[in-house]
Design a protein around this ligand. Sequence first.
Ligand SMILES: [Zn+2]
Length: 302
Amino acid sequence: MTRQPPPLGRSGIDRAAHLRADDEWLARAWANPSSRVIVVDAGRALIEHDALVALRPADSPAGERYFLGVAAPSDVEAAVGVFAVAAPLPDPPPSGMKAANLREVGADLSDADAGLFAHAAALEQWHARHVRCPLCGAETVVALAGHIRRCVNDGSEHYPRTDPAVIMLVTDVDDRCLLGRQPSWPAGRMSTLAGYVEAGETLEHAVIREVFEEVGIRVGDVRYVASQPWPFPSSLMLAFTAKATTTELTIDGDEIAEARWFTRDELRSAITGGSLRLPMSASVAFYLIDGWFGGDLARLAQ
Ligand SMILES: [Zn+2]
């Protein structure tokens, strides 16, 4: 049986990229009260009953506007779109609603909402950080319905960036799994190892290098598992498994403060005994650990 993708990688929304340059369609969709607008602010949006709060365009606050796509094929003909607008959220939130980021609510949202939120949060945070042209320093403005910025001085076009990060479940010959704790995390919180891909490096090499740097373990047989967006602010998490060819841990103390091997029984008793806290269930780290553990980790970790 094929496993479902990780929670934030399940979007069913058609991004309808061909409509981004269609100003007439975009204007019709914005004038259509059936269109929906998600307001995003520093990666956060309003949530009510485990769903994104969507406004009609007429009720949306002013702000940069990004076209996210269409929810159904018939919405193209009917000019019904889904948009994001970058604007401050009401503070405090309206009754029954909360302001949250994707990390906090991603695992509870529908697949469509999780995909929309990831897209909106990634765009909004990229735009907020790229208001100047990297070539000449002049102002840039939103173009192509929020999918590029264009320099007002030299006309150069700048595309949203995504920073690839590898995250890996390392197992040894006895099929024990390796978890580590970053120095900033509280005692008892552990996760899989992870790190950013460096310039000019392959994903497989990044996995091998990061594991050796952080815990002194040599790994091989690096295999791709899945990916999901992690817009904090602009990562794409690429998940792998890797097999350790050595087992003696040498902790670097800088990126990792402690690490250890777990059998499934040890993991189960550490969680139920309260000495181990796993990453949040929206994360691809949890997805990887759950895949090794054999399912039902979500129930155990509650
Ligand atoms: Zn420029």
